[in-house]
Ligand binder design. Structure first.
Ligand code: IVH
Length: 669
């Protein structure tokens, strides 16, 4: 016999854990720290281990643990799982409202519940006397697969209903899905383990839910949103769909907080456009919205036509994925020489536009996904993102599909192409000899966030480079009016506009200028950090790699890129020509001259009177720089007790060495 006090503690723990679970997963409002939840769970597990006879199927400890299945048993749905009619155009929604009103012989306003249409897979869950008895997939709508042991692993599915008032029999329906972030993480993990990746979150959700081993399902980031009921016993009555959803939430089911009631087609369309705007920023994929007549008595009157209800309709967003044929692959050369494989596609309407080119990212991706020329492929265009080839459809591969090969020579300048083993991109080694890299460098230089030269766009740069008039960015400041005016599709006026824009661009800021140079790995933020730190171009150009690493957010790789850029004679020459052409910026005010300005120290070993951070702050306050490693540019190394390799390095390079007493003196002076 089990002690009464223990039994009541077990019950208490179960109730608390279920409640925390509900707050965390269903309401998204966690009320206790994870560690506390874990310790309650631990306590319950220990008590149950000591008294296995009292373990119940709906204990919060029992979400995983079933033995793997050989196959899923089939179940027949008591109430068939129907589908929805699809609408694509605004007029379809007006027509939907009209049909409803005609059928009801009533022309009053109609209230609709508007819901996001999750892109996952439909499941149904049966609760008998408040306990989860069975869960199944939709299957063909009449029979599905019994996936109870897998559904139990979803933390947002209640194993028993909350509260004590509920119908004896309740069947709840919803959509199981995987969040965008969960999908990315799962695929990232698969990639690093050389496993197969999923094409999209929907497939990942389906694959995860239909695992015969529920322990695998338990590790997958699956969630559910519930949107309706199937069977319900007579002891409970609802009158509104919206109220029913709210009650489902109170019983412990996760219901979307994006659900709203709207009046008539007009209100539904407002909802549609509002959700369309939100679509990209939602943490999960939706492929449209669903409108349902809210009044359940009216729903009943409207009934069903073949396999779909008359009272509901799915208003779909433009599809973001379509199938088309990969006709060819070309390689584009970017500013840093990276070769990007670009798919030439049979044109296809996707994500609201006709797409005939899409990125294939890089050779690693192509090989991993096994994409070949001639394949039917899934093309994705979501929001403003560049269209991409997601995956081939392998069972449509023609016999003559061709492997995609990385060219040995640059398609533009015929220089060698090099694919470093530790980098995804293959690169043309031609540098600025390569017209493609030159063009990209000039385009970047002229771009809005760099030198902002209006009118010097892609086409003009192409022409100027092809004509041989512009070899590097400095050449653009030597263009002449009659030269420009004589070009194709260019009049005197446009030529003058370009010269004016060039003139105007000469007044800039140091940060923009650094960014415009197009140094590898130096984006806008890094350029700004460099400008703030050095305040003069000359100092930046002469900084050592070690020194560069003292600038915030700059590590060894970026420091190396910057250093080697400024040490190529070609780049130095272009810079001096740019300055000679009149490019300038307001001098950033030098910090008032401080006693240790221009000096660089390295701290090593343990100090007794200061922590490292305090010593660093004190030195910096006097204008000194404190670097992480010793070089010949180091003014002195300050060595505390047990100084190691940095001290050796200082001795080797003949750099001055100060002890703590000397540091104190230095700071006092
Ligand atoms: S109601 C009787 N509401 O869309 C109609 N379905 O094409 C039952 N879906 O199989 C469906 N979100 O998998 C409904 N808020 C939502 C939905 C939704 C996604 C899926 C569901 C269904 C399919 C219908």
């Amino acid at each position: 016999m089990i002690d009464k006090a223990i039994m009541s503690r077990i019950e208490q723990l179960r109730t608390m854990l279920n409640e925390h679970n509900y707050r965390y997963y269903v309401l998204d409002e966690p009320s206790i720290p994870d560690a506390e939840y874990d310790s309650l769970m631990q306590e319950l597990k220990q008590l149950e281990a000591a008294h296995p006879e009292i373990i119940t199927a709906d204990s919060p400890t029992q979400r995983v643990g079933a033995a793997p299945l050989k196959e899923f048993p089939h179940v027949t749905h008591q109430v068939p799982m129907l589908s929805l009619e699809n609408a694509f155009a605004d007029e379809d929604i007006d027509a939907f409202q009209r049909r409803i009103q005609e059928r009801l012989h009533s022309y009053h306003d109609i209230t609709f519940t508007c819901e996001p249409k999750l892109d996952g897979l439909a499941v149904t869950m049966v609760y008998e006397n408040g306990h989860l008895a069975r869960a199944a997939t939709r299957g063909d709508g009449t029979t599905g697969e019994d996936i109870t042991i897998n559904i139990r692993t979803l933390n947002d599915v209640p194993l028993r209903l909350r509260g004590d008032k509920y119908p004896a029999l309740l069947e709840v329906r919803g959509e199981v899905y995987m969040s965008k972030a969960g999908f990315e993480k799962l695929n990232q993990h698969a990639r690093t383990h050389h496993e197969k990746t999923f094409v999209n979150p929907r497939n990942a959700a389906a694959g995860s839910l239909r695992q015969l081993d529920s322990k695998i399902t338990a590790q997958r980031p699956l969630s559910i949103y519930c949107y309706g009921i199937g069977l319900i016993s007579d002891d409970w009555q609802f009158t509104s769909h919206y109220d029913m959803l709210m009650q489902l939430q109170a019983w412990g089911f996760r219901v979307s907080n994006l659900i709203e009631r709207k009046i008539n087609a007009k209100g539904c369309l407002e909802y549609y456009y509002q959700m369309m705007k939100k679509r990209e920023s939602l943490p999960f994929e939706i492929d449209g919205v669903v409108y349902k007549v809210d009044d359940l008595a009216l729903q009943q009157q409207l009934g069903f036509v073949s396999r779909a209800p008359r009272f509901a309709i799915a208003h779909k967003f433009p599809a973001q994925e379509q199938l088309t044929v990969l006709q060819d692959v070309e390689f584009q050369v970017g500013r840093t020489g990276a070769l990007t494989p670009v798919a030439r596609l049979q044109p296809v309407f996707v994500g609201g536009a006709t797409v005939s080119n899409a990125t294939l990212h890089n050779m690693d991706e192509i090989e991993r996904k096994d994409i070949r020329i001639g394949d039917t492929v899934i093309v994705r265009r979501a929001g403003d993102v560049i269209p991409e080839v997601v995956a081939p459809v392998l069972d449509r591969r023609p016999a003559d599909a061709r492997l995609i090969k990385l060219p040995e020579a640059c398609p533009v300048c015929q220089s060698e192409v090099y694919r470093s083993p530790d980098e995804a991109a293959a690169r043309c080694m031609g540098g600025l000899y390569c017209p493609a890299q030159r063009k990209e460098a000039i385009r970047h230089f002229a771009s809005r966030r760099a030198m902002d030269i209006e009118g010097l766009g892609e086409r003009l740069v192409d022409q100027l480079v092809n004509l041989g008039w512009v070899h590097n960015v400095a050449d653009v400041y030597h263009l002449e009016l009659n030269q420009l005016a004589g070009m194709e599709r260019m009049g005197l006026k446009s030529a003058q506009n370009i010269l004016d824009a060039l003139q105007k661009s000469k007044v800039t800021s140091l940060a923009r200028f650094i960014y415009a140079l197009g140094i590898r790995d130096v984006g806008e933020a890094t350029a700004k950090n460099l400008a703030d730190h050095y305040k003069s171009l000359e100092q930046l150009m002469n900084a050592s790699e070690d020194e560069l690493q003292t600038v915030s957010d700059i590590g060894p790789i970026v420091a190396h890129s910057i250093h080697s850029f400024f040490h190529q004679p070609h780049n130095r020459e272009v810079i001096s020509r740019l300055l000679a052409a009149g490019i300038h910026w307001p001098q950033v005010k030098k910090a008032e001259s401080l006693p240790l300005q221009g000096k660089t120290y390295v701290l090593t070993g343990t100090l007794t009177q200061f922590s490292r951070d305090e010593a660093k702050a004190a030195l910096e306050a006097l204008g000194a720089k404190v670097a992480g490693s010793v070089s010949k540019n180091t003014t002195a190394v300050i060595a505390g007790a047990e100084a190691g390799s940095k001290l050796d390095k200082a001795q080797e390079l003949g750099v001055a060495i100060l002890d703590e007493a000397e540091l104190v003196k230095l700071l006092k002076n």
